[in-house]
Design a protein around this ligand. Structure first.
Ligand code: SF4
Length: 83
C-alpha cells in the first residue's frame, strides 16, 4: 500500500476564500479560448450548480471538482447530467 500525502487544502481553518477565487480565475484565464465555454453557457451552468444540493463551497460533491473550472471548459459536463 502506498502512503498518501496529506491534502493541505482540506482544513476549513486554512481555507482562504479570496485566494481560492484568485486561483480558479487564473486557471480559467489560462484556458485556450477554443477550450473555454462561452460566457452565457458558463453562467447558465453555474446557475444550475447553485441550485444543486451537491454544491458545497465551490466543489461538486458528486465528483469532487471545482464547479467553476468544470463549467468553464466547453467540453465540461455535470456528473449528474444536469447540464
Ligand atoms: S456539477 Fe452537477 S452535480 Fe455537481 S454541483 Fe453542479 S449541477 Fe450539481
Amino acid at each position: 500500500m502506498t502512503e498518501r500525502k496529506p491534502c493541505r487544502k482540506c482544513l476549513l481553518e486554512e481555507y482562504d476564500e479570496a485566494r481560492y477565487q484568485e486561483l480558479i480565475r487564473r486557471e480559467i484565464d489560462w484556458m485556450d479560448a477554443e477550450m473555454r465555454a462561452p460566457e452565457e453557457l458558463y453562467r447558465k451552468r453555474l446557475a444550475i450548480c447553485t441550485e444543486c444540493e451537491k454544491l458545497l463551497q465551490g466543489t461538486c460533491q458528486s465528483c469532487g471538482c471545482y464547479v467553476e473550472l468544470r463549467a468553464a471548459a466547453v467540453k465540461g459536463n455535470c456528473p449528474r447530467k444536469k447540464w
